[in-house]
Design a binder for this molecule. Sequence first.
Ligand code: ATP
Ligand code: MG
Length: 399
Amino acid sequence: QAHSELEVRVQQRTAELNQSNVQLKSEIDERQRAEAALHSSIATNRALINAMPDWMFRFSAEGVFVNHKGATNSKFPLPSDQFLGKSLQEVFPAETAGPFMRCIQAALDSNEMQLFEYQLTHDGTPYVFEARIAVSAENEVMAVIRDITERKRFEEDIQTALNKERELNELKSRFVAMTSHEFRTPLATILSSAELLEHYGHKWDDTRKLKHLNQIQQSVEHMTGLLNDVLLLGKAESGNLTFKPISINLTEFCRGISEELQITTKTHEIVCGLPQQPIETQMDEKLLRHIFTNLLSNAIKYSPQGGIINFDLVFEEEDALFKVQDHGLGIPQTECDRVFNSFNRASNVGNISGTGLGLAIVKRSVDLHGGEITLTSQEKVGTTFTVRLPTNQRVEQDG
Ligand code: ATP
Ligand code: MG
């Protein structure tokens, strides 16, 4: 009996052991599966991290580079021995290291992700980076840094295009406002002269008829001039006004322009101060005409009491320096900056007519020459415009 009892116990125990073996085996299987899953997830994470186009750095709370992962396709090489174990202050210029350090501090203090942009120059090329800084462990942060140089450039390009578009739109609306205002007078003149000629022409002598015909012609010319200015400016604003330099003798050119304008006035005298010897330069004659007919006609127009207008040219190193000086109305100090804007007129013009396009065209023409224009003016004393144009390919001839 004792024997069979023992046998039963052995059988029971064996069954128990088998049972626990099965359990153990399934636990081992389970663990192996979990381990495999963990491996694959680590591999996935690593693949993900490696595929990220960003730099990743771990920083200590003191801003020391602890560890890193390079960026794929980065154009900004930074060998790891140049930063690992070093502090931000040692690696970056102060204006970058400072804010970077403050962001690390802020991330640690608030436990929130910090974002900031900074610039670095490498081989003379400026790069823009965006850093995201998050706490990764106690007293440690992770910084994910992306090269956003191209994105920034695109953004800037788009912004410039938008601004240009906006300027053009503004110009268009100012044109609409100006034409409705400026075309009304000459159109009214044309209409009234034509009506008078229709009703009384047969009774009038030739002189009287001619007077009204001339008035019609002048009004048309005025409007054509206005339209040409607007078209020219539109062309300049949209970048379609080109610079076509030809060989030109500046002394002769200035004398010619001043004679052309002298015949438009009896009360002014244009006094030229030009170099003795003829000097050949490479400039765009059309643009030069725009510049000096506008400056000289302004000088005449805004000195209604008449007087002397000085037109000087000197050469300074590689530049031609032109000066147009009048003793007229002058421009109020606070308005001098604005006179080059299109459709802008100073407050002291009284009833002298104009559209405010001349100087805008002058400015564009000077810009196309790579030159610069400045003015000094005092109300009731006079105005001086100075134009500096480079004459790169200057050839001097013996005169
Ligand atoms: P237009 O388009 O017919 O030339 P405008 O003469 O009024 O018209 P701008 O030549 O662009 O336009 O000049 C802009 C403004 O600058 C003028 O309206 C005037 O107020 C001021 N200005 C320009 N030149 C002189 C000058 N020599 N003396 C005083 N004011 C001047
Ligand atoms: Mg003018």
